[in-house]
Design a protein around this ligand. Structure first.
Ligand SMILES: *Cc1c(COP(=O)(O)O)cnc(C)c1O
Length: 358
């Protein structure tokens, strides 16, 4: 029975989802976003699986990019938050990474770099999200400064959408219009769309699209399931059933005794908890999947275990339970936990082994 909690990572499904990106944005180059350890799926494994298909990869931070380079990933690689100091910029030059530039101090850093470097820069503009990016009014000035720096090689323009997950939110149209106006007749390639942009805002595709979540098989669009857009689950989180217990009417289960048996019944104990990244704050509608049946979660989520209602379900100790993934869409679990699929994926802890299916 030697089983434990694990996340099965289906890299064939990952590549399938990549092909869905290509189908939606056939004219664009595709930068696969593998930040935050490949959204919890494993940075190196995901990068390796996509490095033939993808035109480039992106991570948030320099240390993530170094990790990929040291693992032998040679694909074009963009650092989305750019650099904080000269030391980081030297790493960018040494490892031939590409750089988002979004603050004046980053231009100063580039100016101090030796001329033997040739760094591709992505100028990030703030078109309405108000997180990273130069004001659009500063674009001409920023471009003039960058063009005067010998170490700066190719320039791409980019912005990021705040509300693209809602196909009816006019904020995206506004951001799109501001970006296109700022670009005007400039010849630089342009990049705007995240996963939601790729699926819901075809006008935003431009030269480069930047999918993240859809590669991992979760829907980025409110009210649209992954199956409806033909995405396949990449991560399936599984854990064994380690105990079956018989309760009497009125018995309380778990910390705080928040759940009580309404009748004599069987419950199961599954070896996964918030210490593995299963959300503790999940509501009473939550279910898990066991032998093809949906079993309701009961009582509180503990660090290492959860308890489930086994009424009407025929199982044995050692049977495998699916927390999300194949057969149980992560979006449903995210809704029960009042969160989004991104946080569930990123929250799977180091204790959980990743098993790769190629
Ligand atoms: C994370 C990120 C993406 C990918 O977003 P998804 O919603 O996961 O597709 C794209 N661009 C930038 C700048 C990001 O930070």
């Amino acid at each position: 029975m030697a089983q434990s909690v694990y996340a099965e990572i289906n890299l064939t499904a990952l590549r399938h989802n990549f092909s869905i990106v290509r189908k939606h944005a056939p004219q664009s180059r595709v930068m696969a976003v593998v930040k935050s350890l490949g959204y919890g799926h494993g940075a190196v494994e995901v990068a390796q699986a996509l490095s033939e298909e993808a035109d480039a990869l992106a991570v948030a931070r320099i240390d993530e990019a170094v990790l990929l380079r040291e693992a032998g990933i040679t694909a074009d690689l963009l650092v989305l938050e750019g650099v904080a100091d000269a030391e980081e910029l030297n790493l960018v030059a040494k490892y031939k990474m590409q750089l988002v530039v979004h603050q004046p101090y980053q231009i100063d850093l580039l100016r101090q770099l030796g001329i033997d470097s040739a760094i591709d820069c992505w100028v990030k503009l703030d078109t309405g999200m108000h997180r990273l990016g130069f004001p659009v009014e500063d674009l001409d000035k920023v471009l003039d400064q960058l063009k005067a720096i010998a170490a700066v090689d190719r320039i791409t323009l980019m912005t990021h959408f705040a509300n693209a997950d809602d196909p009816h939110d006019s904020a995206t149209e506004y951001q799109l219009a501001r970006m296109l106006a700022a670009k005007g007749s400039l010849e630089y390639p342009l990049s705007m769309a995240n996963s939601a942009g790729i699926l819901a805002w075809p006008n935003s595709h431009a030269a480069w699209v930047r999918p993240g979540i859809m590669l991992y098989g979760a829907s980025p669009i409110l009210g649209l399931s992954a199956a409806e857009i033909n995405l396949q689950a990449v991560m399936t989180l599984r854990a064994p059933l380690i105990a079956i217990n018989r309760l009497q009417k009125g018995d309380a289960v778990g910390y705080g005794g928040t759940w009580k048996a309404a009748e004599a019944m069987s419950i199961g104990v599954v070896a996964i908890g918030y210490g593995d990244g299963y959300p503790r704050h999940i509501d009473s509608a939550a279910h898990v999947l066991i032998n093809g049946s949906r079993a309701p979660l009961i009582g509180r989520v503990s660090m290492d275990m959860v308890t489930i209602d086994l009424r009407g379900i025929d199982v044995q100790v050692g049977d495998e339970v699916t927390l999300w993934g194949e057969g149980l869409p992560v979006e449903e679990v995210a809704a029960w936990a009042n969160t989004i699929s991104y946080t569930l994926f990123c929250g799977v802890t180091a204790r959980v082994s990743r098993r790769y299916r190629y």
